[in-house]
Design a protein around this ligand. Structure first.
Ligand code: ATP
Ligand code: MG
Length: 392
């Protein structure tokens, strides 16, 4: 019976010193994700391998789903680990493994043996042939196919233990979170920004988030939706420190002083500024947004250039070249879509002009912003200082 999982990870780019960092982070993330489930697991790193062994009852599907959220995992192999008690016992155990794993014996197979223990008294070829023979004899419906088998049975002889597995369930891929610095996600209640956060976390980046809240124009429910989204992303990224910035006064001030068709772009420049300040305070090395070229007026290339001008940190925009449907597909896959489409107002849409500029001119925008000189610095400072922190 399956009591263990062999965790496969892609080793490309994981060399030298980085390899240990990568493996240790991955081991620790697997440990944490399994700790939340029912059952006791030990997660061990052993000569270039990571295993999760259960020492109590557990829910198989729950374990697989949890592991499918851990970035860095390329494949999950449910495995039976047996002790080496001689050749005859190995044959028996293999037959039992086949019987339990495949109730329907109408399949083609191939046995693939690897010996880390070269002392083992039979060669890999011999073992492949002997095991193949006994499987065919015991289950006559099966057939051998060495080129494209339905079932590729791996037999790994390692020291005193022998691993048997045949299934490789795809993992999420990517790199373990925490192996590649930290970045600040501008998280709204929409579809795009949770996807953007997921994509950057997948590359090993730790995520913090900033949400711009505009009470009473945006409700507590809208804020809760963002918290819910952060929690959904945190299933993959690990805990997210969410900064909730009260943006109402700044929005009203801009609304009062600046041309309404420039409102969105000016507002977005201040959002980026505040997010960058919070990012730098916490050691984030970049910003992340869910912007995609051409999706709305504030995301034309001209608008993006004007927004970007306020930032000194690099801005990562992982969905920049995606169509909406492509972003929706990812949000459905990662489970954020249903929450993202809940109908709660967004602070950007409330103050939006009927005809926002689509080709803003940087000089004109800066000129409009001079009308804010009197109070804006103090307001920005206030917004940063009073940001509420929610651990998601
Ligand atoms: P999303 O689906 O992510 O809300 P969107 O298509 O609605 O994106 P915009 O509203 O123009 O696009 O926002 C572009 C990006 O700016 C968002 O993806 C997000 O990163 C950031 N953003 C927008 N509104 C907020 C907000 N209220 N708080 C934090 N970030 C925001
Ligand atoms: Mg939005």
């Amino acid at each position: 019976m399956v009591r263990s999982f062999l965790i496969k990870y892609a080793e490309i780019g994981v060399k030298g010193k980085n390899r240990y960092i990568f493996e240790d982070k991955l081991t620790s993330h697997i440990h944490h994700s399994l700790k939340r489930l029912d059952g006791d697991f030990s997660v061990i790193k052993e000569s270039g391998r990571i295993y999760a062994h259960a020492s109590s009852e557990f829910d198989y599907d729950e374990v697989v789903s949890a592991l499918q959220c851990v970035f860095g995992i390329a494949g999950i192999c449910p495995m039976v680990q047996i002790e080496d008690k001689g050749y005859e016992d190995l044959k028996e155990q293999v037959l039992k493994f086949i019987d339990e794993t495949y109730p329907d014996k109408n399949f083609t197979f191939k046995v693939d043996t690897r010996r880390a223990n070269k002392q083992y008294p039979h060669t890999s070829d011999q073992i492949n042939r002997d095991l193949g023979e006994i499987i065919l004899e015991t289950y006559p419906e099966t057939k051998v196919d060495v080129h494209h088998p339905d079932v590729l049975l791996h037999v790994e002889i390692r020291g005193k233990n022998i691993n048997l597995y045949s299934l490789v369930i795809p993992g999420p891929g990517g790199m373990p979170v925490g192996t590649n610095g930290k970045a600040m996600l501008l998280l709204s209640g929409g579809i795009d920004s949770p996807v953007a956060g997921y994509m950057i976390a997948k590359r090993g980046v730790t995520i913090e988030a900033t949400y711009f809240h505009a009470p009473p124009y945006t409700s507590e429910r809208a804020k809760q939706k963002v918290i819910d989204l952060a929690k959904l992303v945190s299933r993959y990224s690990g805990p997210i420190k969410l900064h909730v910035v009260n943006f109402t006064d700044i929005q009203l001030y801009i609304y009062d002083k600046c041309p309404h068709e420039e409102l969105t772009i000016i507002m977005r420049r201040y959002m980026m500024k505040i997010a960058e300040e919070l990012a730098m305070k916490d050691g984030c090395l970049g910003l992340i947004t869910g912007e995609s070229i051409g999706q709305v007026a504030s995301q034309t290339v001209h608008s993006l250039a004007v927004t970007n001008e306020v930032c000194t940190l690099p801005v990562f925009r992982p969905v920049i070249g995606f169509d909406k449907q492509e972003i929706v597909d990812i949000s459905q896959k990662i489970g954020t879509f249903e929450t993202s489409i809940e109908p709660f107002e967004d602070c950007c849409t409330i103050f939006v002009a009927k005809h926002p500029v689509t080709k803003p001119n940087l000089d004109l925008i800066k000129k409009s912003e001079t009308k804010l000189e009197e109070k804006i610095d103090e307001m920005l400072k206030q917004a940063v200082e009073t940001a509420e922190i929610i651990r998601c």
